[in-house]
Write a protein that binds this ligand. Structure first.
Ligand SMILES: Nc1ncnc2c1ncn2[C@@H]1O[C@H](COP(=O)(O)OP(=O)(O)O)[C@@H](O)[C@H]1O
Ligand SMILES: [Mg+2]
Length: 392
């Protein structure tokens, strides 16, 4: 039996929301965090790209990784003040800390941080955002300040790139070829890389030699941090594949989104990560019976619409036309609800009983304030501290 959302919120140390762009990862990360906080856990939501209004609701400012404490709409069950923390990923600051941690001395850390290539490398290097998201997740999950960290994953072109990032880093930094070329700085100016050599003349066709040897010099300086990087990447990997972490798939209701989520599900299993739940987002929560074509809704609505028209002083001879128009809108909502319910069934059919599949209702208002978010949180898991956590 898969764990319910409430059980995941009560027992895991990290939850990672994954899915393609625009499906609601950021919104649902905040809502999951809120639900866990309302169940008594100390929660940090680590977000990547909140829409401005959501960021405002969470009190976050762009490119600012300081931890913001949010007071949630109070828990009606026992009236206690509930808080949740939120923070944004700052790729460069996280990278700075990693370098500071693994450099041999303060002085050599400064040399790396002040190198002209460093700013570029730390923010624009392929995969650095993905890698730093997991790095920061690890920092926060192990520092002891929180019981649960919810990570809103970065908008990678391929949604799971960030999981690969630590492994790719291990593969690169740990490969004998890379180390032979890069690590001993002294070797950079000799052998195949000395100026005028065949290799250098070949490279000249693609990039300036000066540029390239600067880059090599930079990597040479960075080399002393490689062991630290690799070791840390292994720890991150262990956290993500271990029992404390679970992945929450997020999808929209259209077919393509379902297919993408199924593929993410397969990729996660392949990488020995635990996809534990699937949130089908923006499911229209009206009764599918409204789609029933055998009922003449216009006729059924006729008398009420006539009464409404009379009350408003509108020509009552138009009542039936109005009733038919309203009926058409109601019916199309019914059809949308049927389609959304089918999406939830498709999701369930695709993963069988291996995963908890939950329909998250579509809100009329975009969930950009704490009240809207807490309605979604309530739909995910009831807000009460479980007996075990209540005494903690
Ligand atoms: N359950 C919902 N009901 C209504 N609007 C939603 C819901 N979930 C997300 N949205 C809206 O959908 C848009 C995309 O959500 P977002 O969380 O930013 O997606 P992602 O992080 O996956 O790119 C936002 O405008 C958000 O307010
Ligand atoms: Mg997002």
């Amino acid at each position: 039996m898969p764990l319910t959302i409430a059980q995941l919120l009560d027992t895991k140390k990290v939850l990672l929301c994954v899915g393609t762009g625009g499906v609601g990862k950021t919104t649902l990360s905040a809502a999951l965090g809120m639900a866990a906080a309302l169940r008594g856990r100390r929660v940090l939501v680590l977000t990547v790209d909140p829409a401005r209004r959501l960021a405002n609701a969470l009190g976050l400012q762009a490119f600012d990784e300081h931890v913001q404490r949010i007071y949630l709409p109070s828990d009606p069950a026992n009236g206690r003040a509930v808080t949740m923390d939120a923070s944004m990923l700052d790729v460069k600051r996280t990278f700075d800390r990693v370098v500071g941690r693994y450099a041999k001395s303060e002085q050599s850390a400064r040399r790396i941080l002040e190198h002209p290539f460093y700013v570029q490398a730390s923010t624009a290097l392929a995969g650095s955002q993905e890698y730093m998201a997991t790095e920061r997740l690890y920092e926060c999950a192990t520092c002891g300040d929180w019981d649960l960290v919810v990570l809103d994953t970065p908008p990678a072109e391929h949604a799971l790139d960030f999981l690969d990032a630590p492994r790719r880093l291990i593969d690169l930094f740990d490969s004998p070829a890379f180390r032979r070329v890069i690590a001993p700085t002294s070797r950079l100016k000799t052998g195949v890389f000395r100026s005028g050599s065949l290799v250098m003349r070949g490279l000249q066709r693609f990039t300036s030699v000066e540029m390239f040897s600067n880059l090599l010099e930079f990597f040479g300086q960075l080399a002393e941090t490689f062991d630290g990087f690799v070791e840390r990447a292994r720890q991150v990997q262990a956290l993500l594949t271990g029992p404390d972490a679970a992945f929450v798939l997020v999808s929209a209701c259209d077919r393509m989104s379902t297919e993408q989520a199924v593929s993410l599900y397969a990729q996660l299993r392949e990488q020995r990560m635990d996809p534990a739940a699937w949130l089908v987002n923006r499911v229209l929560a009206v009764d599918v019976a409204l789609a029933d074509d055998s009922v003449d809704l216009g006729q059924a609505l006729g008398p009420q619409v006539a009464a409404m028209a009379a009350a408003l002083g509108v020509d009552t001879s138009q009542a039936r036309v109005l009733a038919d128009s309203i009926a058409a809108v109601v019916r199309s909502l019914g059809h949308m609800a049927v389609a959304d319910a089918a999406a939830v069934q498709r999701a369930q059919a695709a993963v069988g009983t291996a995963l908890t599949v939950v329909a998250v209702p579509r809100r009329d208002e975009e969930p950009y304030n704490l009240k809207e978010l807490s309605s979604i949180a309530q739909a995910l898991a009831p807000a009460h501290a479980p007996a075990a956590a209540a005494g903690a």
